[in-house]
Ligand binder design. Structure first.
Ligand code: DGP
Length: 115
């Protein structure tokens, strides 16, 4: 699937509301509307990369920034005992919104393997 308009583009432009917890020039973090854990935050790039499989070498610094943003947001959310970072990618990965996003899940013990 190619880059295209998604609900996350509208959140970046503040056209629809979201509970935003962090923003900088490159990234935005907001609470997931359908939380799967006591803390469930999404970190997205402002650049509309549809999915991880579409990222390339030019995105290396941005991808690193998203991970460091996930760390920062988890710390600010008080997840002292740990947390899980998930990127669902394309159909088999269970991706539903085609704008790259990192799920930060925490506040409970995570199970493995995931469903
Ligand atoms: P994924 O399945 O990995 O593509 O996850 C998409 C996530 O996005 C899912 O956990 C629900 C969340 N989501 C979908 N629409 C909205 C929305 O309009 N606002 C917020 N805050 N989250 C949304």
């Amino acid at each position: 699937m190619t880059n295209q308009e998604t609900i996350f583009s509208k959140i970046i432009r503040r056209e629809i509301p979201a509970n935003i917890v962090y923003e900088d020039d490159l990234a935005l973090a907001f609470k997931d509307v359908n939380p799967q854990a006591p803390v469930h935050i999404l970190v997205i790039p402002k650049k509309p990369i549809a999915k991880l499989a579409d990222a390339d070498a030019q995105d290396a610094a941005l991808l690193g920034h998203l991970l460091l943003t996930a760390k920062r947001v988890a710390q600010e959310a008080g997840l002292k005992n740990g947390y899980r970072v998930v990127i669902n990618t394309d159909a088999d990965g269970g991706q539903t919104v085609y704008h790259l996003h990192l799920h930060i899940l925490g506040g409970r013990q995570m199970a493995w393997p995931p469903g």
